[in-house]
Design a protein around this ligand. Structure first.
Ligand SMILES: *Cc1c(COP(=O)(O)O)cnc(C)c1O
Length: 354
């Protein structure tokens, strides 16, 4: 399929002061967009000026939330090259989310080509300062205008780009986490493994409660026993005991994070044993109190690694590793970002240069 490239009549200039970038507020001049019609398939791919979509008020996405998305980053390196981190994994996960939400799949190679074409046209928008990046948001929505509850016959796939500042300014800062015992994110058989907007909509209540009490993130427990650790906000979570890393298994209720997968590989190579198993909140609290639990950190594209300093469950607050960033957390952060920015050799073939 040939990608049509439309002119941008009024291009903007990227923000010069890169410290002023706010996550997800500023977008580049162009976007990629491609519609789908049942019977016709995906067709008419275009790179066109960034701008509002025209949607019928009855579009299915607006009523029944048939929507999926992805999140990845493009990095500008010292030598001027542009790098993506495991982008194929993102589009493969996009297809997994599509299947779960009864949406049409995309050709992964075509998506990678479309993204690469878009990035080449928008490369001046990839910020230059250490730690900054261009955030990439592939999205699919159901556009068919009908109020019946059913999988849509029409969809739109698009990719938008947003320059982002360094996540950490002056070192990794440990977060305060609130364990929710009232709300759950998903249950077995639900949509926990899909990156779909509805999972986020249903998390807002707990996140707002946590924020008003001074917490940064919500930690979710399993939906049945409300006892076992699942994940944190938009991150997976790992707990470090001696030379062991414990994290929840991929059993359908948590997101299969690409950062999680990469961190577990790196930690294995550093000599750590990985245990993907059920871990109860009681075991975590006990470990924090006895000191056997040395470090805890979240993993996700936005922060890469986010150290957990404090954790509150019901009326109990514990600190982990004295509320400071642990050595392993720091080492994993340095190694993964080193590979992304090209300071460390990419021996796993994780990086794709544009
Ligand atoms: C995106 C996401 C993650 C992290 O996935 P990465 O591929 O590492 O960015 C974790 N949990 C949830 C709920 C997410 O949506």
């Amino acid at each position: 399929m040939e990608i049509e490239i439309l002119p941008v009549p009024h291009p903007k200039q990227p923000i010069q002061d890169e410290t002023q970038l706010v996550f997800g507020k500023e977008f580049t001049n162009r976007m990629f967009a491609m519609p789908y019609d049942r019977g016709l398939g995906w067709h008419s791919p275009k790179i066109k000026p960034y701008g509002p979509l025209s949607l019928d008020p009855a579009a299915l996405v607006l009523h029944y939330a048939q929507e999926i998305f992805e999140g990845l980053k493009a990095f500008r390196r010292q030598d001027g090259s542009i790098a993506l981190f495991r982008p194929r994994d993102n589009f493969e996960r996009f297809n997994l989310s599509a299947r779960r939400m009864c949406m049409p799949e995309l050709d992964v190679d075509f998506c990678l080509k479309a993204l690469s074409d878009l990035l080449k046209l928008e490369q001046e928008w990839i910020p230059h300062t250490e730690g900054t990046s261009l955030y990439i948001r592939p999205t699919m929505i159901a556009t068919e205008a009908v109020l019946g509850v059913k999988p849509a016959d029409q969809y739109l796939f698009y990719i938008i780009l947003s320059p982002v500042a360094a996540y950490y300014k002056g070192g990794l800062n440990p977060v305060k986490i609130w364990v929710s015992d009232e709300y759950v994110r998903v249950a077995p058989g639900g949509t926990g493994e899909a990156k779909t907007g509805g999972n986020y909509a249903s998390s807002l209540c707990a996140a707002t409660l946590a924020a008003t009490q001074g917490y940064d993130q919500v930690l979710w427990l399993d939906g049945i026993e409300r006892k076992y650790i699942e994940e944190v906000g938009s991150m997976n979570i790992c707990f470090v005991y001696d030379n062991k890393i414990v994290t929840s298994p991929l059993h359908g209720t948590i997101l299969n994070g690409i950062t999680r997968r990469s961190i577990l590989t790196l930690a294995t190579e550093m000599g750590y044993t990985i245990e993907e198993r059920a871990l109860s909140i009681d075991e975590v609290l006990e470990g924090a109190e006895s000191g056997r639990l040395q470090e805890a950190f979240g993993t996700g594209t936005a922060a890469v690694v986010s150290p957990v300093g404090h954790l509150t469950y019901r009326d109990k607050t514990v600190s982990i590793g004295g509320g400071k960033t642990g050595d392993l957390t720091m080492k994993l952060y340095d190694t993964l970002t080193g590979i992304q920015y090209g300071r460390i050799e990419d021996s796993h073939n994780w990086v794709t240069l544009i």
